[in-house]
Ligand binder design. Structure first.
Ligand SMILES: *Cc1c(COP(=O)(O)O)cnc(C)c1O
Length: 368
């Protein structure tokens, strides 16, 4: 297997992949309605579920699409036309949920919270109790990729239990990177994608659902078509096929990525990500660059960094400096703060993070 040129993506997804995942896409042409391909998808669905729950009680529904498609599928299929959802918004991805809700005319209440500070659960509970007669769901982002803030999903899950609500979670940037358990956290539906912590190629998104909560959607009035979660589930259970053409080659890459994730183990993957993050954090402290979220509230997967004030600095200058060294970095404003973001997800080793920190230090020295 010839080595593919190595680019290290420090953007928050798509993440860096192994060569074996890249090469897994090169397979004989196959019609996705063949039984063999159905078996591949069943194994993928089963193993994606098993990462966060018991496949007897939970099930993964696959779609062709980016992560946002899975979030859109959940909100439109689960809240539907007769539910009312409280959306926790503490960053760009929380806001995106309100945009989806607006686009489909869903009945929702928005709960705003700082993108840099933990959720105030007393305030959240007050808001829930205000609407408790009509509210059916809470929707949240587990890891707010905007800032690297990790929201306490189990605490929201407990509130859902107390008020008889179902929890919907965008776990796009936490799934398979941070160990989770859907039952323990009382999550009914969660969404993710093939190209973040599971370390596959972009193109597949999925919703993992509690089976009995999913069955309740059977007769729910909804306004969607391609992204109809129940129909996609029902059709796949019956036929072993997706309703519409899946990204065939991406599916083979995802199979390989899952094998590699299981081989590494999600706990170990989180440890590797954390080791990379620690190198980054101590590098930033040495260089004198500021990060915004308190360490104990960070995900260890993404860090929001204050842009340097130094003359001559622009984000695009730093980006171009890094890309010549095969590192890709990503901009990202948080509110009024001028920041950029470093994600340390994907197939990245601590030695590579050390190299990145050295380059960053070199770059900053050049500015002074
Ligand atoms: C990446 C991401 C998404 C999905 O983004 P796409 O570009 O649609 O794949 C959704 N939510 C969060 C929290 C994310 O990090």
């Amino acid at each position: 297997m010839e080595k593919v040129k190595r680019n290290i993506l420090l953007n928050p997804g798509p993440a860096t992949t192994t060569d074996s995942v890249k090469y897994a896409q090169v397979v004989p042409d196959i019609c996705p309605r063949e039984i063999e391909f159905g078996e591949l998808m069943r194994s993928i669905s089963h193993d994606l579920t098993a990462i966060v729950g018991n496949p007897e009680d939970y099930v993964t529904i696959l779609f062709g699409g980016s992560g946002t498609a899975a979030v859109e599928s959940m909100l439109t299929s689960v809240v539907g036309n007769n539910g009312k959802v409280l959306i926790i918004n503490n960053g760009a991805y929380g806001k995106r949920q309100t945009q989806i809700a607006d686009a489909f005319g869903l009945d929702y209440v928005e709960f705003n919270s700082s993108p840099l500070e933990p959720i105030d659960f007393d305030l959240l509970e007050k808001e829930i109790s205000k609407y408790q007669d009509t509210l059916t769901h809470i929707s949240m982002v587990h890891h707010e990729t905007t800032s690297g803030l990790l929201n306490d999903i189990s605490a929201v899950g407990s509130l859902c239990k107390k008020y008889g609500l179902k929890l919907i979670a965008d776990t796009v940037s936490s799934y398979a990177g941070i160990p989770m358990d859907m039952r323990e956290s009382n999550i009914s539906f969660m969404a993710s994608t093939s190209n973040k912590n599971i370390q596959g190629m972009a193109g597949i998104c999925f919703v993992i659902a509690n089976r009995s909560d999913l069955e309740e959607l059977k007769s729910k009035p909804v306004s969607n078509f391609y992204l109809n979660l129940y129909k996609q589930y029902e059709y796949f259970e019956k036929t072993g096929q997706t309703r519409f053409t899946p990204p065939v080659q991406t599916m083979y890459a995802l199979r390989q990525a899952i094998d590699e994730a299981l081989e590494e183990g999600i706990d170990k993957r989180y440890e590797r990500y954390t080791a990379c993050w620690k190198i980054l954090i101590s590098g930033l402290e040495d260089i004198g660059l500021k990060y915004h979220v308190a360490l104990e509230n960070q995900s260890h997967l993404i860090t929001t960094i204050q842009e340097p004030e130094s003359e001559g600095y622009t984000f695009s200058d730093l980006h171009d400096y890094m890309i010549k060294k095969d590192f890709t970095i990503y901009p990202g404003k948080v509110g009024e703060l001028n920041t950029f973001r470093i994600a340390n997800i994907g197939d990245i080793q601590p030695e590579e993070m050390e190299r990145f920190v050295d380059y960053l230090s070199e770059y900053m020295d050049r500015l002074d």
